[in-house]
Design a protein. Structure first.
Length: 340
């Protein structure tokens, strides 16, 4: 048997994941996150008058309880699985994004007539589209996240992500395929609408600035602190900064089992939409004692059956109950029974 095509595909996916500078899990962004984390820990040890040793810092970032956790091992499996599924699903989302953006420009032109080209340099027009696309990405992320927490059927699939009992950068890939498909297509709609409106108002096509097909602004956030959101290193933004940006501590609170933290901090890079819609919880500067994981002791946690198959069963049961409840006849008031 000839395995050359499969091997080539495998290597191409690894190359896109780890070597593309704009990848969400590139070695370059991981190295940046590691460097920032080491600097933060070194600074804190320096403030306490303690010696700075690389071995101690690395042990602080990668304690045995996290490295050897069944949750961490499951995250590796999710990463491997989604590394190959992600490209296919994301391709559908990109097609939806391009089609919607172009269709919207055509519809606006047919309704209101063509807009005269804005007297802006090309780099300014691209900069405007880049900002609009990034804000639309953040809004779509928040909306999908909010719905996934509020709608019981969607929560069964999103709950897979919250089943992690420890947080590592690979926890970002701990997502159910159903959740991922819905998420990417919501992003396609939000970004498609934003870029379509932007292109119409500018009177000309303009592509967002990007790196490896990823919005350049999002890439900057990935290199600075997005990886650290799925870690247990407490870095908190407070005050006005905490109302604008989603610090690692913001997202760690989102994963907390404390009921006071439920359904808070739904954003990705920005806390802006959470602030506007009332779902923001600003962390304190001092670390809060947090526990992670939805139903951490349940049977078949961190397994394929428990995390990939069971959500379909629970989701189907929720839909069945909902349909049955709607099909039940509504009892009439006593007076109406008498008239009948």
């Amino acid at each position: 048997m000839d395995f050359s095509a499969g091997i080539a595909y495998f290597l191409s996916r690894l190359n896109l994941a780890f070597l593309a500078p704009g990848s969400h899990i590139s070695l370059f962004s991981l190295a940046s996150a590691l460097a920032i984390a080491l600097l933060v820990l070194a600074f804190r040890r320096h403030q306490r008058g303690r010696r700075i040793r690389l071995r101690v810092l690395l042990r602080g970032l990668f304690p045995r309880r996290i490295v050897a956790s069944p949750s961490s091992r499951a995250d590796v499996g999710y990463f491997y699985f989604n590394l190959f599924v992600f490209g296919i699903v994301f391709g559908w989302a990109l097609l939806s994004y391009a089609t919607l953006s172009q269709s919207l420009v055509g519809m606006l032109t047919a309704t209101f007539g063509p807009m005269p080209p804005a007297p802006l340099p090309g780099f300014v027009a691209r900069g405007i589209i880049t900002v609009m696309a990034f804000l639309a990405y953040e809004l779509g992320y928040w909306l999908n996240h909010y719905l996934s927490h509020r709608i019981p059927f969607l929560w069964e699939f999103h709950k897979v992500h919250h089943s992690a009992t420890v947080l590592t950068p690979l926890t970002n890939f701990r997502v159910h395929p159903v959740y991922m498909c819905i998420f990417l297509n919501i992003l396609a709609v939000s970004i498609g609408l934003a870029t379509g409106i932007g292109r119409y108002l500018l009177g000309r096509p303009a592509l967002p600035y990007g790196l490896s097909d990823t919005n350049l602004i999002l890439v900057l956030f990935i290199y600075v602190y997005v990886h650290l959101q799925h870690s247990e290193l407490w870095i908190a933004f407070t005050g006005w900064l905490g109302r604008l940006f989603m610090s690692p501590a913001h997202h760690q609170i989102h994963h907390s089992r404390n009921p006071a933290h439920f359904n808070k901090n739904m954003g990705s890079c920005l806390a802006l939409w959470d602030w506007m819609f009332g779902t923001l919880y600003i962390p304190s500067q001092e670390p809060e004692k947090l526990e992670f994981g939805v139903e951490p002791d349940r049977e078949q946690a961190h397994t394929i059956r428990g995390e990939l198959i069971a959500p379909f069963i629970r989701g189907a049961a929720i839909l069945k109950e909902s349909f049955e409840r709607r099909a039940r006849p509504v009892p009439l008031p006593a007076s109406e029974h008498e008239r009948a």
